[in-house]
Design a protein around this ligand. Sequence first.
Ligand SMILES: Nc1ncnc2c1ncn2[C@@H]1O[C@H](COP(=O)(O)OP(=O)(O)OP(=O)(O)O)[C@@H](O)[C@H]1O
Ligand SMILES: [Mg+2]
Length: 293
Amino acid sequence: MKGGVGKTATVIALAEALAKDDPKDRVLVIDLDAQANASICLAGDSPLTKLIREQRTVDGYLKDYLFKKKDVEIGAYIRANASDVSHNGSQLDISLFAASPTLRLVEVDLIYKLTQNNYSLNKIVSNLSSLIGTQLREAKKQYRFIIVDCAPGISVLTEVIIRLADFVIVPTIPDPLSTYGLQTFCGSIWRKPQSSSNPFRKKPQATLPYVLFTRRQSVKLQNLTVEKLRKQQSPSDPEFKIFHTEIPERVAIANALGMAGKSPSFHRKWGGVVDVMESLAHETKGVMNGASA
Ligand SMILES: Nc1ncnc2c1ncn2[C@@H]1O[C@H](COP(=O)(O)OP(=O)(O)OP(=O)(O)O)[C@@H](O)[C@H]1O
Ligand SMILES: [Mg+2]
């Protein structure tokens, strides 16, 4: 829900840390935000401009499939080797299903056109969910990790993807306002009465969301908030779980996000926070392996 909390930074860092950790693990990043920040941070301006020109984007796919009724698969829209970051001399294996700024319009158009055809909003979300679910199941055969960057605020695509994901990470700045939003968000999706016929009430596949404290500074207000949230979660019935790893507020992280096109090594890109990003990847793998065991 919150803007500017480090969602995109988390997606980029996690994608690169996972790809670096085991070169056999192919990683796909899907950008579901019309701001296209993850696409720019990963691929850089000019490759993204080319993808947008060729309509090889999430919005291009949705337009082709839903409006032009083409029988398409997302594989044709994905750019392989999208990252120019390397480790031990090899390029990281990260692919990108990019977004473009028209994604927001496509999402609105989609709802408008289908409601004109007497589709209810629930039906639109159900259809979109089964379409994206089918494509993700296919993509899972090729990629070990599929990481989706969501837009801030309310979006039909976010509603759909949160329910399809095996694992939901909620980057949160630990201050009182962000925390309030966090409880509302987790409660509204995981604690609402469930209904199989209403897609907005469909039980998410992930058992509980995982909160990741981001932009962490050692100031009293943040320390108190973190302490309170860690203590508050009842072991038997938590509202959400919390990563042990915390992402600090560092200029190096902001700088790393602007390095596409400079072909850095993983270590040069993440400089003083390499260990944090490695810890994020290991903890994510640990939880996912535990969850699927
Ligand atoms: N840990 C950090 N330390 C310092 N700067 C950061 C950190 N994380 C993110 N930033 C910076 O803060 C801004 C917002 O980060 P980011 O784009 O990752 O947030 P977001 O939640 O994806 O935002 P949006 O809601 O707009 O998609 C960016 O300018 C980014 O460079
Ligand atoms: Mg973002």
